[in-house]
Design a protein around this ligand. Structure first.
Ligand code: B12
Ligand code: SF4
Ligand code: SF4
Length: 311
């Protein structure tokens, strides 16, 4: 279920109890920070690969931990014995479970945390403190009979509602997985080259998305040119991504993803760059390029024959 992310099963129990990380924690404050911007969702464009929306804004980890440290400073000014530890996207803590318990929203059938007034395009950060604070209570589940996200997932990553098999998620393949992407999932990945937003795009609650206030505006488009990413000009495009979450992807992984998206595009013009990689020394990239060349070839072999113009 966890693919190469072994830490998720290693400390499964302690991740449910924050006191394994901060022994004197008594309360946890949870906050959600929108990264939405109505009208700016990634769209498929010829010759480009799509990135998840969160990936093109300045890296949120420091910014959101900084916000929570601001809350800690306010608290310690009022209560001198208070101590607090801020966290954001931290592996030892199940952030969505804590956020749901704190009344920030409910975990949808796609496992995302959703708020009725904001949808799910928000990130979560928290502050564990050593003082007792009055607790909020969890809100109601508002998914009802909807199953849009489960049906839309392009790689069938939901074995059942509210359970995600991370080892089948496009976000896992494109961001976390180091080696070759299993062939049976390649078509489903389509033109996603970093993350995936499909199970959020189809969610009716996301019509309530809100513009971000905590994060600076997007610093790159959510669609990047595949040829540049895989070609000799990749240093230029990577320089433009500096400081964004997508820049965390090592060059090889982003190249592998771009080669895969080229195959899924079925565009003839990618043959030269793919042939180059197919003959290259890196076995993962070479194999991916061969698969993509085969996909392009197959789509052209099966295309209906061109009729000669009538005499
Ligand atoms: C590892 C990780 C991933 C992995 C694995 C995801 C996974 N399996 O959960 C991968 C790389 C695939 C991933 C993808 C994404 N991630 Co991520 N990820 C994490 C991380 C670091 C840990 C998540 C984790 O521990 N999962 C383990 C499982 C067991 O946890 P869970 O899904 O919360 O599972 C609980 C529910 O299923 C729950 N449950 C609740 N109700 C019910 C009811 C029933 C009946 C059942 C059976 C279960 C159930 O029980 C489980 C245990 O408590 C968190 C940050 C953190 N520390 O929490 C971010 C985090 C979850 N990711 C986030 C984001 C934004 C994403 C992506 C949208 C990025 C993208 N666009 O590509 C996708 C979304 C995929 C999806 N549908 O969830 C945000 C989510 C924000 C939100 N609003 O929910 C987080 C919280 C980061 C943050 N700080 O903001 N992610
Ligand atoms: S992020 Fe994409 S691949 Fe992952 S569960 Fe959602 S729709 Fe499926
Ligand atoms: S798409 Fe439907 S089922 Fe999925 S999270 Fe949104 S409301 Fe819930």
């Amino acid at each position: 279920m966890h693919g190469e992310m072994a830490y998720m099963s290693r400390n499964a129990e302690s991740r449910r109890d924050i006191r394994a990380w901060m022994t004197d924690a008594k309360s946890v404050l949870m906050c959600g920070f929108s990264y939405g911007e109505p009208g700016t969702r990634p769209s498929s464009k010829e010759g480009r690969g799509r990135l998840a929306r969160y990936a093109v804004r300045k890296d949120y980890h420091e910014i959101l931990r900084g916000r929570m440290n601001g809350v800690r400073d306010w608290l310690t000014a009022a209560v001198p014995e208070a101590r607090g530890l801020a966290f954001c996207d931290m592996s030892p803590i199940l952030e969505r479970s804590y956020a749901a318990a704190a009344g920030l929203g409910w975990q949808g059938k796609n496992t995302m945390l959703l708020g009725a007034d904001i949808g799910s395009y928000f990130l979560i950060a928290g502050l564990a403190v050593n003082v007792d604070l009055p607790a909020d209570s969890p809100g109601p589940d508002r998914c009802g009979t909807c199953t849009k996200c489960l049906e839309a997932c392009p790689t069938g990553a939901f074995p059942r509602e509210r359970v995600l098999d991370a080892s089948k998620c496009v976000a896992y393949f494109t961001i976390e997985s180091k080696g070759a992407i299993p062939a049976s999932f390649r078509e489903g990945i389509g033109d996603w080259i970093y993350g995936c937003d499909v199970c959020q795009e189809v969610c009716p609650w996301n019509r309530f998305e809100k513009p971000s206030r905590a994060l600076p505006p997007p610093a790159a488009p959510t669609e990047l040119p595949l040829e540049e990413l895989a070609g000799p000009g990749s240093a230029g495009v990577r320089a433009r991504l500096k400081g964004l979450p997508v820049a965390r992807a090592v060059r090889k992984r982003l190249t592998r993803n771009a080669l895969l998206a080229m195959g899924n595009s079925r565009l003839e013009r990618y043959r030269p760059v793919l042939e180059n990689y197919a003959a290259g020394a890196d076995p993962v990239l070479a194999e991916q390029a061969r698969w993509s060349l085969d996909a392009i070839r197959a789509s052209h072999d099966s295309a209906p024959a061109q009729l000669s113009p009538a005499p």
